[in-house]
Design a binder for this molecule. Structure first.
Ligand SMILES: [Zn+2]
Length: 163
């Protein structure tokens, strides 16, 4: 059991690096830089996704939602019991609710999102009495790197075209 825990912990670092890489890819495509990875209970990567709202013309195409859908398709199971979702930004209320539906076992996120987050901020979906499934939550993993990507992205957006 202890061995399992250790293995799972050591999987988080590389998974977050993969998620950050997906976030950078999103940024280079003009998408808000958020990336997500779903790990199977044994630590293997089931899905990697990035924010795809603009490209897919889909306001719900958030990285973690796409990654969970892909992982569920991969497992041929709508429930991702004991799987870990690693995402660069605190999930929004929509994604937090989806995390409950997918029965994700653990959520690891990078940057906190005081304005748009739904886990540690806003509606705090998992803390509601009506919440039927509460995943374990670990926030602030590679926080500086994850929030740096977002800050750079929005700084560039605000820049005038002719400089
Ligand atoms: Zn979301």
């Amino acid at each position: 059991m202890i061995q399992d825990q250790t293995r799972i912990q050591t999987d988080i670092g590389p998974a977050m690096q993969t998620a950050l890489q997906a976030a950078r890819e999103a940024s280079s495509c003009g998408e808000v830089p958020v990336g997500a990875v779903v790990l199977a209970p044994d630590g293997r990567v089931l899905a990697v996704a990035r924010n795809h709202v603009e490209g897919a013309h889909d306001a719900s195409a958030h990285a973690e939602l796409l990654a969970m859908r892909e992982a569920a398709a991969c497992l041929q199971n709508p429930r991702l019991t004991d799987c870990t979702l690693v995402v660069t930004l605190e999930p929004c209320p929509m994604c937090a609710a989806a995390i409950v539906h997918f029965r994700i076992g653990r959520v690891v996120f990078g940057a906190y999102d005081p304005k748009g987050g739904g886990v540690e901020h806003g509606p705090r979906i998992f803390e509601r009495p009506s919440c039927l499934h509460r995943p374990e939550v670990i926030g602030g993993v590679c926080e500086r790197e994850a929030s740096g990507l977002l800050k750079d992205f929005f700084r560039k957006l605000r820049k005038p075209i002719a400089e």
